[in-house]
Design a binder for this molecule. Sequence first.
Ligand SMILES: C[S@@+](CC[C@H](N)C(=O)[O-])C[C@H]1O[C@@H](n2cnc3c(N)ncnc32)[C@H](O)[C@@H]1O
Length: 424
Amino acid sequence: MLSDEQNLAKATTVAGVDALNGVFYGTFPYPWRPESFHFPADPGHGSGFLAQDLGDFVHDRAAPRRIWVAGCGTNQAVFAALTFPDAEVVGSDLSVASLELCASTAATMGLANLTLRHESIFDAGYHDEYDLVICTGVIHHTGDPPRALACLAGALRADGVLELMVYNRFHRIVTSAVQKAIQLLAGGAAQAELATEMRIAEALVGSFRPAALTTQFLGQMQGRPAAMLADTLVQPVEFSYTVESLAALAASCGLEIVAPCPNEHDKAAGRLSWNLTFAAPELVSRYAALDDLTRWQVTNLLLAEASPMLWFYLQPRASRLPRASERQMTEAFLDTVFRRVDARQRFWVQQADGGYALSPRLIAYPPGRRDPAVSQLCEQVDGLRSMRELLGARAADHAFCNQARLLLTTSAFPFLEATHGEWI
Ligand SMILES: C[S@@+](CC[C@H](N)C(=O)[O-])C[C@H]1O[C@@H](n2cnc3c(N)ncnc32)[C@H](O)[C@@H]1O
């Protein structure tokens, strides 16, 4: 698991790294506060699209009642509490400053379903309590990711789901190189002081000009908030993974990867799909014959820095609800009758004093445009005919159908919802 791309020089003991992270994220709470918090006005929307992300169009999965946002930072637990208003949400973090920001936002909004706790994932000690655990961008910064993941796995109920994001190794090659260079310039990993590292990072961003990938990368940091600069260039510790090493890590904790979690970052970067298309027939058939994990690993290796983030749903191997393969999810999609979502969303807007006020306006939901490749299909949806009926001969084109499922029925593209009880 260890490799030269990783930044582990300060990874001493679990408690030592927790202490470093407490100071680091206490100084630079992550992420910076957004200008607005949007959330669906329909309280069942979050749970419905969570189920659809997992290929469950009949809502076999109960709506989550207890949610843990582990390493919640400044905003994520607020978003979870708004998206799942009928659930009890617990947010925990090492950073007091992040929790204070989160608490003040929650207080402004009068969120009654959010509890915040200052605790490490390693000390939380939850057992068999949560239907949904959300942990993104956290365990790879700890001193012992396998142990952190085991703590998250232990907190899940038998049929619970974990939304996990860890760094994709191919996204971290340049960042890790720059992080290590900064540590050396600051006097070596053991001595490097946070303030010195930040000064060096700022000086590099402002002045490094050789014709190199690192220059391009540092250039993108210009004018960015300090918390982003710190998070990208001055991380105390970071591990990174491939699909294969993440699957092995999950297995060591009794978990399995269920499906990619469509997320806003990949959506913005236009790199959501874990499936490649090939021109050569032999490649098409060999690739299609692979199981999901092997296929996604091939995609990870071939697309490298352009592959999606390692942002997946996981569940206990012993879950009562067996994992559906991507092909099975697409078959279930084809057998489902959908209706178009024509709903509303509400939003809290940041005020001059930094607080938030609920806008009286209700705006259209889902936001954004449909992908042109599936727009016409979406228009044909009538709440009566299944996708298979609508698609006719095209239903045999698995790649297209899988793409349509992703671009029309997931939480990142919530354009269609299953008409409950009309399972064909
Ligand atoms: C990159 S931020 C991600 C924040 C949030 N999950 C998000 O995606 O917006 C990492 C967060 O993990 C927290 N963290 C790191 N190690 C932790 C641990 N052992 N227990 C709890 N939180 C931890 C940090 O304090 C920081 O707030």
